[in-house]
Write a protein that binds this ligand. Structure first.
Ligand code: AMP
Length: 281
């Protein structure tokens, strides 16, 4: 596996692969790998002739009071995981390599970026769309693989790619979870033992909502109240950021579950802000 540090090197490497008629699958990540990242790499390995994993804690997707500086990092361990999961190249640039001091160009999908996570993280998806654009340009990737844990992210990127005719296919991988149901996240390391013990209640609440839908409940207000009541007693350390039911493609909020519907949430537990989602239908 090659370690690539510069944009030029990455572009030349991928160009040479394409010239040989090989396809490229890209896995954008911020590192501190867990089995969720590994599942994305495995998926990419099955899609492209060559796999590029990018490891970049992207400063532009963090707000001023967020955890950019303290975001967990472990390059040596990540390098070993990427190599074990079949990456051909690990792209690990310094921020200055991707952002010139006078960088002034942004890509954004405003309508889909102010709801859900975007409400409390106003610049987040602009940073995500911009860095993914840079990675798509440099790699000319045929496939780019993302996790359904960040459902909003992959929905926005699908819209961006469709609207601007990017020659890449976005592929999503289901949420990978710990045995007790907690969605794997690099930020789970922030949890204390007590917080970690309550955190699986996030998914349990969402599953409870889905069971109510299976029993015939369609009113979102009823589903929401039921989940919030459950969390109040079983997840007392949790502070709700949001809990919404949205159209899985457009992310428009729904009042009733008639067709495809996604329940998505963000809950702050101690220092961690945890997100999760479930398809209700
Ligand atoms: P991150 O390094 O947290 O930015 O995540 C990089 C990619 O891994 C994103 O596409 C995430 O959606 C995906 N990912 C993170 N956690 C999980 C998980 N538990 N299951 C599946 N995909 C995940």
């Amino acid at each position: 596996m090659q370690i690539v540090k510069t944009a030029k090197e990455l572009s030349e490497l991928c160009r040479s692969w394409h010239k040989d008629g090989q396809t490229v699958a890209l896995v954008p990540t911020m590192g501190y790998y867990h089995d969720g990242h590994a599942a994305l790499m495995d998926k990419a390995r099955g899609l492209g002739d060559k796999v590029v994993v990018s490891l970049f804690v992207n400063p532009t997707q963090f707000g001023p009071n967020e955890d950019y500086a303290s975001y967990p990092r472990d390059f040596e361990r990540d390098r070993a995981v990427a190599e074990a999961h079949g990456a051909d190249a690990l792209f690990a640039p310094e921020p200055a390599e991707l952002y010139a001091p006078d960088a002034a160009t942004w890509v954004e999908v405003p309508e889909m970026s102010t709801v859900l996570c975007g409400a409390s993280r106003p610049i987040h998806f602009r940073g995500v769309c911009t860095v993914c654009t840079k990675l798509f340009m440099l790699t000319q990737a045929d496939y780019a693989v993302f996790g359904e844990k960040d459902w909003q992210q992959q929905a926005i990127l699908r819209r961006m790619v469709r609207d601007l005719f990017y020659p890449v296919t976005i592929v999503s991988v289901p949420i990978q979870r710990a045995e007790d149901g907690l969605a794997l996240s690099s930020r789970n390391v922030y949890l204390t033992e007590e917080e970690r013990a309550q955190a699986p209640e996030i998914q349990a609440g969402l599953r409870y909502a889905r069971s109510l839908v299976e029993q015939g409940e369609t009113r979102v207000s009823v589903l929401r109240d039921a989940v919030l009541r459950r969390w109040a007693s079983r997840l007392p350390l949790g502070r709700l950021d949001y809990l919404y039911v949205v159209d899985p493609v457009s992310l428009a909020t729904l009042d009733e579950v008639k067709g495809p519907a996604l329940m998505a949430c963000a809950v702050k537990v101690g220092k961690a802000r945890l997100i999760d989602n479930i398809l209700l239908k």
